[in-house]
Ligand binder design. Sequence first.
Ligand code: FE2
Ligand code: FE2
Length: 219
Amino acid sequence: MLLCKLASIASFLHLQEKVACLSKVTKGDDMSNKRVQQQIKKSLSPELYQHSVGVAEMAVILAKQLGYDEKKAYLAGLLHDCARDWTERDLLRYAEKNGIEADKFSQKYPVLLHAAVGAAYVQDWGVDDNEILAAIRNHTLGYPGMSLLEQITYVADKIEQGRTYPGVEELRRTVHADFYQGLLAVAEQSISYILHKRQPLHPATISFWNWLVGQSKGE
Ligand SMILES: [Fe+2]
Ligand SMILES: [Fe+2]
């Protein structure tokens, strides 16, 4: 029993070490990445920056688990909330100026626009990887047929180490045991939270949920 516990602590520490090492490699990897990382740190409040680093690190763990490109996962996680601190007014104004559709949901809850606005905004920093841009654009609402990087970013956002809401530990365990069951559980938690607040569900989120349920039943 004790040996078992020690082995699991050792493997956890090993994983942590690997993530720390990997983020150093990713950070020092090339100049443009470094510039983007300095840029994001300057743009966010300390709390949001800490959340973003947490998402980036969790995205790397998930990318490793799924055999996905860890560098891209790190960057998508780090940048996903780059417009989350913007005021509603700024989000609406930027969306209008840059041809980003603000549907009736975004008109009522402009914070929803931070994903699409963020994906447009980081292009000014030289980020042009379409998979990363899509992961930023779709991390909030989801949609049917999300790519693996979009799914990784969506899940990492909800279970990064800084998240402390009830049930998050269980979600982390499910995600690490079986990513697709975990994705379903994370979406369920996130949708339940919106319903609990008696807020409307965006049609993209409804379609995302229906797609996920269909996937899990092999449809
Ligand atoms: Fe976000
Ligand atoms: Fe986030």
